[in-house]
Write a protein that binds this ligand. Sequence first.
Ligand SMILES: Cc1cc2nc3c(=O)[nH]c(=O)nc-3n(C[C@H](O)[C@H](O)[C@H](O)COP(=O)(O)OP(=O)(O)OC[C@H]3O[C@@H](n4cnc5c(N)ncnc54)[C@H](O)[C@@H]3O)c2cc1C
Length: 395
Amino acid sequence: MANPVETDTVVVGLGAMGAQTLWRLARQGVDAVGVERFAPGHDRGSSHGESRIIRTAYLEGEEYVPFVRAAWRAWAELEEASGERLVHRTGALMLGAPDSAAVAGSLAAAARHGLAVEHLSGAGLAERFPQHAVRPGEEGVFEEEGGAVLPEAAILAAVRLARAHGARVMTGTAVTRIEPDPDRPRVFAGDTEIRARRVVVTAGAWLPTLLPSLAGLGGGIRVERRVLGWFRLTGDAPPHAAGPVFARDEPDGTLWYGFPSLDGRTVKIGVHAEAPGAPHRPGSQWGEPVDPDAGPRAPDADDARRLGELTAGLRGVEPLPERMAACMYTMTSDEHFVIGRHRDLPGLVVAGGFSGHGYKFASAVGTALADLARDGATAVPVSMFDPHRWDTGRP
Ligand SMILES: Cc1cc2nc3c(=O)[nH]c(=O)nc-3n(C[C@H](O)[C@H](O)[C@H](O)COP(=O)(O)OP(=O)(O)OC[C@H]3O[C@@H](n4cnc5c(N)ncnc54)[C@H](O)[C@@H]3O)c2cc1C
């Protein structure tokens, strides 16, 4: 083991959340070290595939709205600091039956927070968004304040800025052990021991194995496989490039989503899950458990066929994808995140269990984690993600 490295804060895992945390810390003049087992922007975790949806009228719960608003502000700060466009402001369209989570949940969040949304009938949808093949009984909710975040580009920008502000970055180095301690936690990274005042753990799908005491939170954190597919536009495609990001609630409970064509050639779609509140189908294609060290199973012909079936809901795209990618969701039992200090892990701040909807918040999570590491408190509204919420009877 090389001589111990001394620092103020170590960030373990430079994916969506860790990269932005490291940048925030370094920007505030905090001496910080970031450790990443692969190279930032890699495709072996949860943050690859070129785009992530951001939307404000939050169907997963109106209580997220202040957090999304904080995220929009923090994304703008990262864009300004980096000089890069990291968010495409396309608007967001939710489609489904009137009582579906996509439609009813979005409308409820909008009403509670006074958000500007348009509630569209089936006929209105068909006229306004001809790229969607609208089925009888479907309605839509459109909001301007939605779009696509560029996940790999944002990670690379945040790490670059963190370095420019003096952060030390260790890549290709896995943290093998963390020893919590209220005064000086210790992190073992490759052949280096790092001693710090605080450790921020943002290890994504590896969080439950790196900190086994978190694996059972609220009944368990599960790592699951998801597949993304890129479908080529046909010659007579309606205006996919100009359209909004979308999510669509099917009558059988499948919630899938997609993006306008960001490359002018393809649209990307993916399946999130059964609708919030509906039971997951363990062992189904979209809920297959994954060992993060082995990684998710590579996409196959069956994935192509299953994704292709969903494109019946789109006009002007080929029925089979030209390429696919597999990615990992890290699911908590209530599908809400885990962010905060854990009372059994002195000196550690943790964030994980982003349950397939965390990327849009990465900018504000970075602010919150940097605050928690530095001051022990944050004004970013993350208290609902307290790791101890299951102990206090919260569902
Ligand atoms: C297919 C797919 C689609 C999604 N769509 C959306 C969407 O549209 N909108 C949205 O908001 N969210 C979406 N999400 C969810 C979002 O992408 C995740 O919530 C988010 O990326 C999780 O970020 P993270 O930092 O926790 O994990 P990651 O970005 O995976 O970061 C964890 C990092 O820790 C590193 N690491 C792990 N262990 C160690 C170790 N021991 N030592 C050093 N480094 C380590 C990993 O290599 C990795 O880089 C989607 C996710 C997937 C998979």
